[in-house]
Design a protein around this ligand. Structure first.
Ligand code: GLC
Length: 555
């Protein structure tokens, strides 16, 4: 892998098509809606789009349940719409990274239909089937969405494995034809000219021989037997050789439960270019796990990010993200979405765009979209939240929805999925129809049109992305953390060939006066989220709530 690959310099913008922009009034975003906004993406300055799935799908998991990998879901448009979008993106030098879901398909996929009806046929071994007592699942593995990971299929008279929803049967990666089908599909899309893939839960492909019971007290029961399973490197190596070798396409592996040691084997000299780890997305779990809110300190966040920054340096390249379609809004989670909305959203932006690695910005993050309200379980759309909450109620762990509502409003994936807020017209300009999920109530204040002027979260993102593009040290520079134990300050440097960029952020809602270790007296300010920067005459800086500054100095 060469030192200078396009994705190391790129800023990537994730689009969740259902919620981005609707052009035909059906309440669901679509591909022409994306094409219509390419100018917006270009103005923002992003280099690539990661597009969540647009394949044909019954949409139980919003497209992560694929019924046909080579056709476009009709509510999103046609293949012609797709081709046009790709061409327009490329006209503006914006690359397109597609989502690929190799671990499971939809239960409506023809492969599954034939696998259940013709056990001895060509597709009989495409999925993970086990015969046995219809009342006793083959093992104790759990679905990420709650309940057993097994469902008994009456038609075939056997159990099938689904690590996610019951409508998402896991493919059997031991079957060579399954692997070939997936590689062929990926090559087919690359043949259309797309620029890479984000690979959904790709470290779950290989399941341990014999499918043993997992530790019943584990956070995800059974995961020790399907996360980073025995043949995962063989599979990903083969995928690399069959699909990616010799191409400029990027591969980003989404990897639950990934630690640094394991990550090093996947990237660098390994089969993938990038991985999405989740340590910094999981550290605010409470004692009861994900459906519980834990407390956290800035030092926790800094130390996780610092370990990953240092842990991959010299081996591989990081991804930097605070949001995606599975996570709540970062300004509500790590910032202050009330009084310091602008300041904290821009402080978070500063981290995402100045740490070492490829930044991923999720739609709406660039205007500081916030978490939403979900008054009842009926108002929740996300299969993950609905199933997990139902299970907690059934198991008697909580009495009713009201008891868990604060957690849902803090953590549910639906927080990321409310429609993109374009302006202050009805439904935030997302649709002329009835949106599939209600728009966040704050859209009259938080929307793109309103932020077009200066001193907005959006204009700060634009400035920061432009700054990153023009500052090599922010892309390739070495990283160093200062004041690691400080509970308010986040301070680090990025250094390249004698040029040093100092990033200093007050990550709190109080004023803070401090001497910053790395900062020289003659440093010049490149960017700040406050416009009247003034310091004490004795050389100490005075940082106001969530004030972020980016300086440059010679080393
Ligand atoms: C990934 C996706 C998520 C999906 C799951 C199952 O984690 O990001 O949205 O529900 O995989 O495909």
């Amino acid at each position: 892998m060469s030192e200078h690959t396009w994705w190391k310099e790129a800023v990537v913008y994730q689009i969740y098509p259902r919620s981005f922009n609707d052009t035909d009034g059906d309440g669901l975003g679509d591909i022409p809606g994306i094409t219509e906004k390419i100018g917006y993406l270009d103005d923002l300055g992003v280099d690539a789009v990661w597009l969540s799935p647009v394949y044909e799908s019954p949409q139980y998991d919003n497209g992560y349940d694929v019924a046909d990998y080579r056709s476009i879901h009709s509510e999103f448009g046609t293949m012609d719409d797709f081709d046009r979008m790709l061409e327009r993106l490329h006209d503006r030098d914006i690359r397109l990274v597609m989502d690929m879901i190799p671990n499971h398909t939809s239960s409506e996929h023809e492969w599954f239909q034939r696998s259940r009806s013709e056990p001895e046929g060509e597709y009989g071994d495409y999925y993970v089937w086990r015969e046995g007592d219809p009342d006793q699942p083959p093992n104790n593995w759990e679905s990420a969405f709650g309940g057993s990971a097994w469902t008994y299929d009456e038609e075939r008279g056997a159990w099938y494995l689904h690590l996610f929803d019951v409508h998402q049967p896991d493919l059997n990666w031991r079957t060579p034809e399954v692997r070939e089908e997936i590689y062929d599909t990926m090559n087919w899309w690359l043949g259309k000219g797309i620029d890479g893939f984000r690979l959904d839960v790709v470290n779950l492909l290989s399941k341990a021989e014999g499918l043993p019971d997992g530790d019943p007290d584990g956070e995800w029961v059974g995961s020790e037997f399907f996360v980073d399973g025995p043949r995962i490197h063989e599979h990903l190596g083969e995928m690399h050789d069959e699909v990616f070798a010799g191409t400029a396409a990027v591969t980003v592996g989404e990897m639950p439960q990934l630690d640094i040691e394991t990550a090093r084997k996947y990237v660098g000299d390994g089969p993938l270019d990038l991985v999405f780890p989740f340590e910094h997305m999981d550290f605010d779990f409470g004692e009861a796990g994900r459906w519980d809110i834990g407390s956290w300190e800035l030092t926790d966040l800094k130390s996780i990010l610092d370990r990953w920054q240092r842990g991959l340096e010299g081996y591989a390249w990081n991804t930097i993200f605070f949001e995606n379609h599975d996570q709540p809004r970062s300004v509500s989670r790590f910032g202050d979405d009330g009084e310091y909305h602008y300041e904290s959203a821009t402080a978070l932006a500063t981290v995402v765009l100045t740490l070492r690695g490829t930044p991923f910005v999720y739609q709406g993050q660039e205007i500081g979209m916030t978490n939403s309200t979900f008054e009842s379980l009926e108002s929740v759309r996300d299969v993950d939240t609905v199933r997990n909450v139902r299970e907690l109620i059934e198991d008697g762990l909580i009495e009713n929805y009201e008891a868990i509502r604060p957690v849902v409003e803090y953590r549910s994936r639906d927080n990321a999925r409310t429609p993109m807020q374009w302006d202050d017209t009805p439904h935030a300009g997302f649709t002329d129809g009835e949106p599939w999920i209600p728009v966040n109530d704050d859209y009259p204040e938080i929307n793109v049109a309103r932020q077009e002027g200066s001193a907005s979260v959006l204009s700060y993102y634009r400035d920061l992305i432009a700054l990153r593009r023009g500052t090599d040290a922010l892309v390739r520079g070495a990283y160093d953390l200062f004041h690691p134990d400080d509970e308010q300050l986040y301070v680090y440097t990025r250094t390249l060939e004698g040029r040093e960029v100092v990033v200093a952020i007050n990550f709190s809602d109080g004023d803070r006066r401090a001497r910053l270790d790395p900062l020289h007296a003659e440093a010049s300010l490149l960017l700040s989220n406050y416009d009247d920067v003034a310091d004490a005459p004795d050389g100490a800086v005075e940082l106001r709530p969530y004030e972020a500054r980016v300086y440059e100095q010679s080393q």
